[in-house]
Design a protein around this ligand. Structure first.
Ligand SMILES: Nc1ncnc2c1ncn2[C@@H]1O[C@H](COP(=O)(O)OP(=O)(O)OP(=O)(O)O)[C@@H](O)[C@H]1O
Length: 321
């Protein structure tokens, strides 16, 4: 896991780049009768790459909108490098790539980037923004002749052009095919390797596993898990221990410490444990002839299901009743 803590120092943009990149406390937002964000506290350090995960309707987009100052919270506050979101956006310290956002119909990609660059204090050159987004070949392309995936990469270039210290991406690869997605993340590496802060909302768990230092799971407007990928996996479902145990007795395996679940077929034992070291030691003490032992972590996708499963069940029940 990469954890890069380089910050950019005090900026001329009225934002303090030495403190916390994002500081959120007690954030709450209702959409009519729906509590979309329900008391979120979150601190993100400069240089962190954080994935925001959660099922549909968890409150991710509402949270992202409040971080960007597009939506006002009902209560609580957001600070970006110590400043109000609106000020951080105006100063170019934070930029976003959202799922939607019209591109100018009668402009080429290069012209659009030039226009956005002219609004900022110390922008990248158009050529550099195109290079970093990996779309130099699209400079003369009218925006009306871009595929869905290309439009997303143009939105990425538009977000980069202010040379922001903090980038927010709301499901950035949703419209991209596998190859484009890979190229996109490759170009993101350049950005994160230079010590910038990134928060991205995604439904692709493998993207969170591969690119984030930290994952935050939201459910029903609340943060239900927050940590390094490995920590969140452990929190959700522990580890799986497999072994061949001649003469095994199920009740004896169930009685071992930290055992959450047991499956036995002939002499093959599968144990889900919240503390695999403790379970393994006890298993070997109780069954000294155990062999072919294997301990594996669960995937982030299984952790995701475990952490968000009950809300989906709640929703299914609400629909049925
Ligand atoms: N403008 C709105 N008016 C009414 N309800 C809204 C509005 N925007 C969001 N909601 C509701 O607020 C809750 C949170 O929605 P939000 O879009 O923030 O979730 P999300 O995690 O981004 O979902 P998804 O993964 O589907 O994009 C949902 O129940 C949604 O229906």
């Amino acid at each position: 896991m990469r954890r890069n803590t380089t910050s950019r120092g005090i900026g001329e943009r009225g934002t303090d780049h030495t403190g916390t990149a994002i500081d959120i406390s007690g954030l709450r937002k209702d959409h009519g009768p729906v509590r979309a964000v329900d008391g979120v506290d979150l601190g993100i350090a400069p240089g962190e790459v954080m994935a925001l995960l959660g099922p549909n309707g968890a409150g991710k987009s509402t949270l992202v909108d409040m971080i960007l100052g597009l939506t006002r919270p009902d209560s609580g506050r957001v600070r970006i490098f110590g400043a109000e979101p609106e000020r951080a956006v105006r100063g170019g310290a934070i930029a976003a790539m959202l799922q939607t956002g019209a591109l100018l119909d009668d402009a080429t990609v290069g012209e659009m980037l030039g226009m956005v660059a002219s609004l900022h204090h110390a922008p990248l050159t158009v050529r550099e923004a195109l290079r970093r987004a990996g779309i130099e070949d699209l400079v003369k392309r009218p925006s009306t002749r871009l595929s869905g995936g290309q439009q997303q990469r143009v939105r990425y270039a538009l977000a980069l052009v202010s040379d922001p210290a903090l980038l927010l991406l709301d499901e950035p690869t949703a419209a991209m095919d596998v190859g484009t997605r890979r190229e996109f993340w490759h170009s993101m590496r350049d950005y994160t390797d230079s010590g910038r802060t990134v928060v991205f909302a995604t439904h692709y768990l493998e993207e969170a596993e591969e690119f984030a230092d930290r994952v935050v799971f939201m459910k029903s407007g609340r943060i239900v898990a927050d940590g390094a990928v490995a920590e969140v996996r452990a929190l959700a479902a522990g580890r799986t221990l497999r072994a061949t145990v001649p003469g095994v007795v199920e009740s004896a395996v169930r009685a071992l410490p930290a055992v959450a679940d047991v499956g036995i077929r002939h002499d093959e034992v599968v144990v889900v444990s919240s503390d695999s070291d403790t379970t393994l030691r006890a298993l070997l003490s109780r069954f000294p002839h155990a062999r072919d032992i294997e301990v594996t972590g669960v995937g982030l996708d299984e952790a995701f299901v475990a952490l968000t499963g009950d809300v989906q069940r709640d929703q299914a029940e609400a629909v049925r009743s």
